[in-house]
Design a protein around this ligand. Sequence first.
Ligand SMILES: *[C@@H]1O[C@H](CO)[C@@H](O)[C@H](O)[C@H]1NC(C)=O
Ligand SMILES: *[C@@H]1O[C@H](CO)[C@@H](O)[C@H](O)[C@H]1NC(C)=O
Ligand SMILES: *[C@@H]1O[C@H](CO)[C@@H](O)[C@H](O)[C@H]1NC(C)=O
Ligand SMILES: *[C@@H]1O[C@H](CO)[C@@H](O)[C@H](O)[C@H]1NC(C)=O
Ligand SMILES: *[C@@H]1O[C@H](CO)[C@@H](O)[C@H](O)[C@H]1NC(C)=O
Ligand SMILES: *[C@@H]1O[C@H](CO)[C@@H](O)[C@H](O)[C@H]1NC(C)=O
Length: 388
Amino acid sequence: MRFCIAVSFALFSLVSSADPDVRGKYSTQMALSIISREQGILASSSDTSAILQAGFTQKAFRRLVSQYPHDPATTTIAQYLRRSVDSVAGPVSNATRDLTYSMDRLSSGNGLIDLYKKTGDRTYRRAFDALRTSININHRNVEGGLWYFVYPQWSYLDGMYSLAPFYTYYTALFDAHNATAIADMMHQLDLLWTRCNTNHTGLLVHGYDGSRTAVWADPHSGASPHVWGRSLGWYIMAYVDTLEILPPHFAAQKRVLLTRLRRMAGAIRRAADPTSGAWWQLLDQPGRAGNYIESSGSAMFTYALLKGVRLGYLEPAYTHVATRAYEHITDTFVVYDGNGTLSYNGTVSVCSLNSTASYEYYVGRPISFNSVLGSAAFVLASLEYERI
Ligand SMILES: *[C@@H]1O[C@H](CO)[C@@H](O)[C@H](O)[C@H]1NC(C)=O
Ligand SMILES: *[C@@H]1O[C@H](CO)[C@@H](O)[C@H](O)[C@H]1NC(C)=O
Ligand SMILES: *[C@@H]1O[C@H](CO)[C@@H](O)[C@H](O)[C@H]1NC(C)=O
Ligand SMILES: *[C@@H]1O[C@H](CO)[C@@H](O)[C@H](O)[C@H]1NC(C)=O
Ligand SMILES: *[C@@H]1O[C@H](CO)[C@@H](O)[C@H](O)[C@H]1NC(C)=O
Ligand SMILES: *[C@@H]1O[C@H](CO)[C@@H](O)[C@H](O)[C@H]1NC(C)=O
């Protein structure tokens, strides 16, 4: 309550003190803090990780704006959301050039569609049509799997949160009779499910090489060796966000997604660290020296589980799993800056399969303070937590 009153007076005097007992709306506080750091704006079209940071910020801010239409901070957040979308609209508006970005270029697609619906501005339409066309001309492996990026034949779980909700939203709104599009979207999720669920546990490894020649590739499946938290986080979030918008007549596809979502959720529950309730950087190596509880994957699982329960996809028993993790996150990773902004700690920097993909590689990657891949995931988790 204290927070709600404060925010109506000034943007950055959000919290009256650096009082860790303040339990206001973390979603809004973190969003305003991301804004104060000027994150999630594409400043240079050649920065390939910034495009995901922008798109993911948009995904979180879109949900916040729709969940809290009357919150006094929402106007500021909606304006910033538009700034972020505007920053990518130009750079992505050429489908051929889009292929110089990874699959994560698609993460801005739904934000572009929303602004087009709202304003009718053709600039947005050109941009998301180019993104849609870029899927058709993206390289594929022999089984039709989309390459994630420039690496020949490699597909990653990571790209799916950018691809599947965009592919589905675009098709539902502008291409409703194109059954091939939904079939292709499902095919991408299917291939990763088949190739990366190597031990049939529901914990999928990071990616696979369709040519099985990478140093890390399993000779039979092509799979990489480890279950990286953030990549599984992207993949499970793709399921909940796609189920939410897949039109009702795709009932068979929904059943497939639901069955797998439940398998993954069960596995993720079992993989939660008993002490903290949150999740390891590498879920398949709990407690091993060097492994640690990572803050972006943990927030993503929290979001997916809580939203899965809210929309009736998962049993209510998952609420407790997720709230326990959420409370660990707020106690451990959320940092009060002392001036009303919040920081977010403990987010691993980008882990690439253009590496040895070994245990030492994943646990040796730098840990970032205020990576927006962590803080925007925290906004999403908070939005769900606040609805309980
Ligand atoms: C799109 O980008 C490609 C590759 O950079 C370029 O050759 C082409 O001229 C561009 N198309 C337009 C319409 O600008
Ligand atoms: C339908 O979707 C498929 C798969 O993405 C695509 O190749 C095709 O061009 C689309 N058809 C139309 C009419 O847009
Ligand atoms: C798969 O199972 C093997 C044998 O138990 C184990 O060594 C390996 O770490 C597991 N891999 C994953 C990704 O869970
Ligand atoms: C708030 O404090 C943090 C940490 O000292 C600092 O990095 C940031 O610039 C400050 N933000 C504002 C808006 O004063
Ligand atoms: C961020 O986390 C690291 C590792 O746990 C810790 O050493 C550091 O003090 C934390 N930073 C802040 C500002 O809490
Ligand atoms: C892949 O890794 C190699 C070796 O570290 C590096 O030279 C190359 O630039 C990387 N490729 C990309 C596209 O980042």
